[in-house]
Design a protein around this ligand. Sequence first.
Ligand code: ZN
Length: 288
Amino acid sequence: MSEQVEQDVVTYEVRGHVAVVTLNRPQYSNAQNSKVTYALDAAFVRAVDDDAVKVIVLAGNGKHFSGGHDIGTPGRDIDQSFDRKAVIMWDHTDKAGADSRIARESEVYLGMCRRWREIPKPMIAMVQGACIAGGLMLAWSCDFIVASDDAFFSDPVVRMGIPGVEYFAHPWVMNPRAAKEFLYTGDRFDAERALRLGMVNHVVPRDELTEFTFAMAGRIAKMPRFGLALTKKAVNQCEDLMGQRAGMDSVFGLHHAAHAHNGEVDVDSLGGLDARSMAAANSKAEQA
Ligand code: ZN
């Protein structure tokens, strides 16, 4: 399907007191281009501003939750400008080098994910199939993850010479030693392993994922709205006191040193790897 006829890349629906925000590029494993990122942002604003919504579920349509950032579909749109609201940096499209990359990634990756983590309503990521690299950033921005038994998680961007995705929560969502293995190998951690590491809260059979997640969202929705918001802030503030926010800021600098290095010595800031070559390299490594 061409991008011209691709319809809503994110869908929004309210079921009772639960808003469901769904990634909707199943033909591309829900690869996230900027169009998706801004559509997610708009959907979350809508859910926050609707007092009837108590809980937000983030889902992915199709076989996979998200294969990551869009590094190779026909809808890749890194050179496009969008209606920026947060104004973390200037528009990246008329800039060059790190000036452009830092502006763009501060806005659409680190900035958006951080703002979403701060959304004053509980957010549950409902994850099936692949949750790779940029997919992790979405799932980790949520308060917790319910995964189906076929879900798997990986961050193979070290293959590009880059120390992990932009929202560097790895040492907090699992332990630092597991995070190192996860990054050094690029291996897939399956749902059961993610459960043991505390990265996901529940693993359920694939055909029970939706029912289980909505039952849980329904129980949370019975709590008072303001109490939930304060509780979320309480845990997030403590997580930041455990160093998450400052850690992410320092690693964002390393991330951009890697992009700049690639740009200097290789063909582009991703070390010349696109979606196809990354997938090929990952499957070769898994077979080795
Ligand atoms: Zn990056």
